[in-house]
Design a protein around this ligand. Structure first.
Ligand SMILES: *[C@@H]1O[C@H](CO)[C@@H](O)[C@H](O)[C@H]1NC(C)=O
Ligand SMILES: *[C@@H]1O[C@H](CO)[C@@H](O)[C@H](O)[C@H]1NC(C)=O
Ligand SMILES: *[C@@H]1O[C@H](CO)[C@@H](O)[C@H](O)[C@H]1NC(C)=O
Ligand SMILES: *[C@@H]1O[C@H](CO)[C@@H](O)[C@H](O)[C@H]1NC(C)=O
Ligand SMILES: *[C@@H]1O[C@H](CO)[C@@H](O)[C@H](O)[C@H]1NC(C)=O
Ligand SMILES: *[C@@H]1O[C@H](CO)[C@@H](O)[C@H](O)[C@H]1NC(C)=O
Ligand SMILES: *[C@@H]1O[C@H](CO)[C@@H](O)[C@H](O)[C@H]1NC(C)=O
Ligand SMILES: *[C@@H]1O[C@H](CO)[C@@H](O)[C@H](O)[C@H]1NC(C)=O
Length: 442
């Protein structure tokens, strides 16, 4: 097996030197350079003097045929198929088997809950909860100018740093600025298990006046150098964020040869999101409440436009993911909150399978405890009514007028995700009418 890899390595390094014009070759080479296997120095000189005219693709085909001992069958392969084969050969295992999970969501979609599926994975996971909060706060405070393009680029760079265990891009946005890489101000530190356990948690002996920075332990301010060391020692990294608006802005991150990124986009019925936000962010949603009272919603109002904008962004990101562009191939998964509420264990298993990380007993245990899911002897999972009931509560809190507005401005988003429209209030509050299509997107 080793020699096999060695041969591929030698061949491809040789090829890379010969020719780098083809897209696939340069991608492969970028990734191989990261592998840095110094013991494998080329010894057999290979004559590829003819290949320059012929294109690197042909040579790759030849190589693949040689490797697998099957002559000719690769002659018809498209670039995409070939990439898949290289994947199977393990050539893309350049991140040392380390996975980087990005949970993309919007507020009130259950993302904290779903984030826990990974936070609770165990000692091999380094999980961060909304690190981009700092970036958003500082930039909107400082400039007041919400330049989406610039912001998206900064978000991406900070995420990239964090996935590589480098906190310095984030540090610039933490306020007050960390002293010697130590900060008491990391947003929701207690939501990351790895930031609240040894050795990142430096125990405080006597701390009368200051508050502790973790719930379960008496930890002092966060030493980001220690956090970075802990991150490097963990096999897998996961980040949850509700701040990335467009999936395509992440392309350079996903293509970073040092990373093996898996994106999970979490969505929820926009009617439920509005209902939930009206409760959670009560003061910001006064306008909607007033509209609910008098039944009139001016459709050209800024609030309605913002709702439409949010829905469109979520939909466009999902459309990018579902269209399976090459840079996202096997790296994108769309999940509905409602499905997680109905089948938490099953969906968690699916998500873990997608990420390629083993579903740990700790994560399973946490989900059992927090969803009251019962695991039957047959191995089939069933949930108690409770958690799906919770997920449907919004149907009784949102006035039908507002549900109608959401249906009008978020129609295409709802259609894509398989959320059924209701025509009257009776249908909205009739629980025997399901508002979910089964398997809408696949
Ligand atoms: C290179 O091409 C020439 C003619 O195109 C051919 O005669 C020769 O056998 C080729 N060499 C190799 C190594 O394929
Ligand atoms: C490219 O390779 C194919 C077969 O591998 C061969 O038939 C063809 O003549 C080559 N073309 C050139 C320009 O060398
Ligand atoms: C390759 O393509 C040719 C025609 O394009 C077809 O006849 C042949 O069956 C294909 N071979 C394989 C292995 O798919
Ligand atoms: C990738 O490489 C790591 C370490 O080199 C290894 O433990 C892991 O099993 C490999 N994964 C696959 C899918 O080959
Ligand atoms: C955002 O910034 C970019 C680059 O500086 C600029 O090209 C673009 O016009 C700006 N967009 C807005 C809406 O200000
Ligand atoms: C933070 O941790 C690093 C690594 O252990 C250590 O060298 C440094 O002194 C610590 N910083 C502070 C301010 O304690
Ligand atoms: C969910 O279950 C818990 C415990 O079984 C119970 O206390 C709670 O009232 C239930 N909630 C609903 C909405 O049924
Ligand atoms: C709820 O919907 C079901 C199925 O459409 C219907 O049979 C039932 O009469 C409805 N219940 C009420 C109270 O409208």
């Amino acid at each position: 097996m080793k020699t096999k890899y060695a041969i591929v390595f030698i061949c491809i390094v040789a090829l890379v030197i010969i020719e780098k014009e083809s897209n696939i070759l340069s991608r492969v080479s970028d990734k191989l350079i990261q592998r840095q296997t110094p013991q494998q120095t080329p010894q057999t000189p290979l004559d590829y003097s003819n290949t320059t005219q012929n294109g690197s693709l042909t040579v790759l085909k030849m190589l693949l045929s040689k490797l697998t001992g099957t002559k000719g069958i690769y002659s018809n392969l498209s670039e995409e198929q070939m990439e898949e084969d290289l994947d199977d050969l393990g050539l893309y295992n350049y991140s040392g088997g380390r996975k980087h999970i990005l949970l993309l969501a919007t507020t009130r979609t259950g993302s904290s809950f779903v984030g826990e599926f990974f936070n609770q994975h165990g000692e091999n996971m380094f999980y961060l909860f909304e690190p981009l909060w700092h970036v958003e706060r500082m930039l909107t405070m400082a400039t007041e100018a919400n330049n989406g393009t610039v912001l998206a680029g900064i978000y991406r760079d900070v995420l990239q740093g964090l996935f590589l265990c480098d906190f310095s891009p984030l540090e610039k946005f933490i306020s007050p600025p960390p002293q010697d890489h130590v900060t008491p101000a990391l947003f929701r530190r207690e939501s990351s298990l790895s930031l609240c356990e040894e050795p990142v948690c430096s125990p405080v002996i006597k701390d009368v006046f200051e508050r502790y920075h973790c719930k379960t332990r008496r930890c002092g301010p966060l030493n980001l150098t220690l956090a970075s060391e802990s991150c490097l020692s963990k096999q897998h990294h996961a980040i949850k964020t509700v701040r990335v608006r467009q999936l395509e802005t992440l392309q350079p991150l996903v293509e970073d040869p040092r990373l093996d990124v898996r994106v999970i986009q979490l969505v929820r019925d926009p009617r439920a999101i509005l209902a939930s936000r009206m409760v959670a962010f009560s003061s910001k949603y006064q306008t909607w409440k007033a509209w609910a009272q008098d039944g009139q919603v001016p459709e050209d109002d800024e609030e309605v436009k913002r709702l439409k904008g949010n829905c469109d962004h979520i939909r466009m990101s999902a459309e990018v993911g579902l269209s399976r562009p090459r840079w996202l191939r096997n790296r994108y998964m769309l999940v509905r909150y409602e499905d997680i509420a109905r089948y938490p264990m099953q969906k968690a298993e699916e998500m873990y399978r997608f990420t390629g990380i083993p579903f740990s007993p700790q994560a399973r245990e946490w989900i059992l405890r927090n969803t009251q899911t019962t695991q039957e002897a047959s191995g089939i999972y069933s949930t108690q009514k409770n958690s799906s009931e919770q997920a449907e509560k919004w149907r009784f809190s949102i006035p039908f007028t507002l549900a109608q507005v959401v249906q009008r401005v978020c129609g295409p988003t709802m259609k894509l995700f398989g959320y059924r429209f209701v025509d009257d209030e009776k249908a909205l509050i009739n629980k025997s009418i399901s508002l979910l299509e089964e398997h809408p997107f696949h």
